[in-house]
Design a protein around this ligand. Structure first.
Ligand code: PHE
Ligand code: CO
Length: 295
């Protein structure tokens, strides 16, 4: 079989043009180079040292149960044995970012798409789109948690619905994903912890999200999250904090159709805003914040 394509966004004179892939491929495990495996090992070791006491127990538990380690890039087929028996999820290899409706369809059917390719050694700290390390190390450990696993499937179904309702509903729902699945914090009896995949897969943000005085840390509220823009090019200016995965799952149970309609009448907030009604854990000092438009 041919090695699958690596589909990346294209830099042109008119900026970044997103390029989407659609199909599922076979993970071309034999074609990874020594350097590819070394990139995994380096990223993994860095996070293994950093995350105890920072990532939530459910995430750490998932990493342990998968036996993720520094023996090179994991084989998806091996991970799937563990995943299927635990929560009936599986990972599938893809070539790059998927169109929204394709992504939602995977989640709704308990398949998590993972880019088959990994970043280059000069991209350890930043890359502008998800690679294998982000997708696998960041997202997959929590899929062993039954409540989070069900939340992700429900999100996929909700995505299909929002997609049909139109771009505003889709934007509202995308903000929910961003501020929970990608950049969520969780308040535990042991203290504030990380569960968002975008944080646990980034060394810099694993430190910044918990330790920096710059960002706001605000209690999760569905309407608030869905009406808050976000930044894709810097660390977050605001993190939303849940009390537990049950809270997330319960908050997403209602039919969102009327919520989407209501949100169209309400103001949209900038990424760094703090509002009177917010349950503020920490108010950011805003130092070092980029100015300019949020997404
Ligand atoms: N309850 C949401 C709806 O009716 C669906 C959803 C579930 C969205 C879980 C996000 C997460 O649209
Ligand atoms: Co992600």
């Amino acid at each position: 079989m041919d090695t699958p394509r690596k589909v990346e966004h294209q830099q042109t004179d008119r900026g970044y043009i997103p390029v989407y892939a659609t199909g599922v491929v076979e993970q071309p495990w034999d074609s990874y180079s020594r350097s590819d495996h070394a990139v995994w090992d380096t990223l993994f070791q860095r996070q293994r040292e950093l995350l105890p006491g920072r990532a939530c127990a459910e995430f750490m538990d998932g990493v342990r149960r998968f036996g993720l380690g520094d023996g090179g890039i994991p084989k998806f087929a091996e991970l799937n044995k563990v995943l299927r028996s635990a929560t009936d999820w599986e990972v599938v290899a893809v070539e790059g970012l998927l169109p929204d409706e394709v992504f939602f369809d995977h989640l709704a059917n308990r398949r998590f798409p993972v880019s088959w390719w990994i970043r280059k050694p000069d991209q350890l700290d930043y890359l502008s789109e998800p690679d294998l390390f982000h997708d696998l190390f960041g997202h997959v450990p929590l899929l062993l948690n039954p409540v989070f696993a069900d939340y992700m499937q429900a999100y996929g179904r909700g995505g299909m619905k929002a997609f049909a309702l139109g771009p505003e509903a889709l934007m509202n729902l995308t903000r929910l994903y961003w501020y929970t699945v990608e950049f969520g914090l969780i308040n535990t009896v042991d203290g504030m912890r990380i569960y968002g995949a975008g944080i646990v897969s980034s060394r810099g943000e694993s430190i910044y999200s918990l330790d920096s005085p710059s960002p706001n840390r605000i209690g999760f509220d569905m309407e608030r999250v869905m009406s808050t823009r976000y930044r894709i090019d810097t660390y977050q200016q605001t993190y939303f904090v849940i009390d537990g995965f049950e809270q997330l799952f319960e908050a997403t149970k209602p039919d969102f159709t009327s919520l989407y309609a209501k949100l169209r009448t309400l103001p949209v907030h900038a990424a760094g805003d703090v509002l009177d009604d917010d349950r503020v854990f920490t108010r950011g000092d805003r130092k070092g914040w980029a100015t300019g438009a949020d997404t």
